[in-house]
Design a protein around this ligand. Sequence first.
Ligand code: ADP
Ligand code: MG
Length: 684
Amino acid sequence: MRPSVLFSLFSSIETIPGIGPKNLKLLQKLCGNTIVSLLFHLPLMILDRTKLPFITTKITVLKHEKPYSKKQPYKIHCKTDKNFLDIIFFNYKKNYLVNQLPEGTSHYISGQISTFSGHLQMTHPDYIVEEKNKNLIPLIEPVYPLTQGITNKMMQKYIKEALKYIPTLPEWLDRDFLKQQKWISFKESLMKAHTPLCNEDISPLSPSRMRLAYDELLANQLALALVRQKMRKAKGIAFVNDNTLTQKLLNILPFSLTNAQKRSYKEIKEDMSAPYRMMRLLQGDVGSGKTIVGFLAMLNAVESGYQACLMAPTDILARQHEASLRKWCEQLNLSIVLLTGREKGEKRKKILNQILSGETQIIVGTHALFQENVNFHKLGFIIIDEQHRFGVEQRLALSQKGELVDMLVMTATPIPRTLALTYYGDMDISKIDEKPPTRKPIDTRVLPISKMEDTFSRLHNAIDTGSQIYWVCPLIEETEKSDMANATKRFEILNKFFPQQVALIHGKMKGPEKDAIMQDFINKKIKILVATTVIEVGVDVPSANIMIIEQAERFGLSQLHQLRGRVGRGDKQSTCLLLYKSPLSHTSKKRLEIMRRTEDGFIIAEEDLKLRGAGDILGTRQSGLLSFKLANLEFHSSLLSIARDDVKLILNQDPSLSSSRGEALRILLYLFNKDAEIKTIHSG
Ligand code: ADP
Ligand code: MG
């Protein structure tokens, strides 16, 4: 339960005076529902009322110039001590102006200055105060990210109120570290972040901003480490066997493992034979051969007397995995089943029975495997494939289903180190950083779409020599429907040039229909597969060696990389054509150039990170899984490794967070909504 000292910060922003129902909705959307979420909404810059185009000055009212009609502005002629200045009002109440600014009186005003036919003028001053109140005009104001309907002035008012809710909290940072960094307390830092006095105060590198960023990163790292600690301490299965089955597989494989595959499997095997629960990430670029490593691990579990299951993110992938594993299973005399939402009725019953009785050792499926009423005979090992949209909380939930189950997550998303630390910090990582030697480089070309038909004759030749082609249609952002419309149009055109050889596949199709088409493609009945991005992840058809992506400029780099990774899998030279629609912007040109230049997923991911930001790379923007509010990794990544070391030390000395610093750190965790992770302490 959240400690009572945080109650005020976690109360609803409704309690702030002046926030009505309409603004409440807008604010909730902009920054969240609680006082603390409002306070974590930091200003972007400052407005300096002493610098042009702003001025703050004393004026004396000379004369009111009343307009002839309501349409004309109301003008008040004034003088400052050096100049003449007109104040202009468009929407005004005359009496109000006459009363507030009588002729002959002096005031202080502040606002934006401009000139109009040689006259200095100020339209709608931000402030008009009596002389004696001149100190009420803030010379420096924070400027907040806003939304339609919420003005900066409103935001300032709300934040000013919200600042009153910050309690004094115990210090969770190490005293010496705090002193060495010359940081102030959390409360003071948050206050300071909202009351900047100069540009330095607003910089991400200012002491107050650094402190807040550090707090957020520390909470993130500590939460991940707690989950990891729980997993490590959790008793797990020690898989022991004499490697007959895995050896048998290695003997029948038509290739030998790369060194990176061998090393990764060794790491996994070691984890699996230890008596604690494994939580490991297997990271490897597209085509690096993760599946076979995962399958070896499954065999390791099976041979030790357990069931192993592989969970894929889509039906197509689950089916494909099942088909390729089935080949090996048959030779190894193992039983394998497929279970997705589409296995229904009698067939489903039979499969569920096979799983429950233990007759089947290898189970492949989608997340239906865990959502529905599936009972295992003796589940020991789970692989989650390509599931980079899983957050730590979901991993936690999933692992709690099977008590002792070891878990391996396979991802093709090349994650830059900083991101890996913040996102997968609860897991151990194995990396396949080498491609099978049979892989040939993919010849990537960038062409304007106007050259499309020129390529048709070459496609004819390619098809004659046994090539197959993926044709990916542009991503239209508005709706999935328009994606489909696009693909359908392209399909019709291609069908004229290549009758009987083209098929269309998209996300709205029914499962069996998709399967049939994929099967036709695999069997080479179809030569050109026109697709929306449904084929993005995992599809493996080695004879397909040409990838054409239309309006490639619309795709993210990582996505292009995934798509391109669908070819280059067979023994033939592969080609990727990136067709763009002119004119290309400078950045788009640069991005496509990166694709042409390199096939290295890490370089591409780093560039993508620079261009798009973290949330997009991991596909977590919508789900809000990885969004720091106070930290900005562009500036604060050095703090991340300090936080990581800090956490190691903390948990070494006080694994249950029960010292006085530990207690304070619990408050930090609650402050950043790490409630689920805190629970692992109690139950661990
Ligand atoms: P990914 O890492 O993208 O999931 P896959 O596991 O689908 O890659 O492997 C891609 C292809 O490479 C598969 O057809 C697989 O059989 C093959 N492959 C895997 N390892 C090797 C290897 N060491 N040598 C040659 N081919 C391999
Ligand atoms: Mg794969």
